[in-house]
Ligand binder design. Structure first.
Ligand SMILES: [Ca+2]
Length: 188
């Protein structure tokens, strides 16, 4: 008995896999994620935090949280839904494992990376938080010194690893035809 069936398949667009792109690089104009504004423009500081010229990972400035329980915070908005990596360069002393960077208010799970595991007093180290899921177009970045009193940070980057934008053509059939699809009729 012949069983007729319609098999719909959909071919991905010719653009291929989505490639990682740094959407908020440290050197993005006006981003001040590298503190090269020479001030804490776009950041909110609590406790004792300021830009410094004594040391920097890149450029002339970095930010330094020079007292315990200090924070630097900013919210970046207008970014597309997807999975990101948030990275930063840090330098300083340990904090009894109480210093951290968080990515919150994304519409997804909060992400936190403890800094002590990576930090050094003699060289800049890059820490990265992968799988930062952003569902609502924004991310709140917070850097906390914890019990430490000499946490320097510089060159923060937010990189889009995987966009949730649907790469499939004509997924909703709103072209009014089967464009993008192939119809395989009569397969048994
Ligand atoms: Ca800098």
């Amino acid at each position: 008995m012949l069983v007729a069936a319609l098999l719909f398949t959909l071919t991905l667009g010719s653009t291929g896999p989505l490639r990682a792109a740094s959407v908020f690089a440290a050197d993005a104009p006006g981003a001040n994620l590298d503190f090269e504004a020479g001030s804490l423009t776009d950041w909110t500081a609590a406790g004792t935090a300021a830009v410094q010229t004594a040391d920097a990972h890149g450029g002339s400035y970095s930010a330094k949280l020079s007292a315990a329980s200090s924070t630097l915070t900013r919210t970046i908005t207008g970014i597309e839904q997807g999975s990101y990596t948030l990275s930063a360069w840090v330098k300083g002393g340990t904090s009894s494992n109480s210093a951290y960077i968080t990515a919150t208010e994304t519409g997804g799970p909060d992400t936190r990376t403890m800094i002590d595991t990576y930090i050094s007093t003699t060289e800049w180290k890059q820490i990265s938080m992968r799988n930062v899921l952003i569902y609502n177009g924004q991310v709140k970045i917070t850097i906390t010194s914890g019990t430490g009193s000499n946490l320097a940070v510089d060159d923060i980057e937010l990189t889009l690893d995987s966009s949730d934008a649907n790469p499939l053509a004509n997924w909703s059939f709103e072209t009014g035809d089967l464009g993008g699809w192939t119809v395989d009729q009569g397969r048994t």
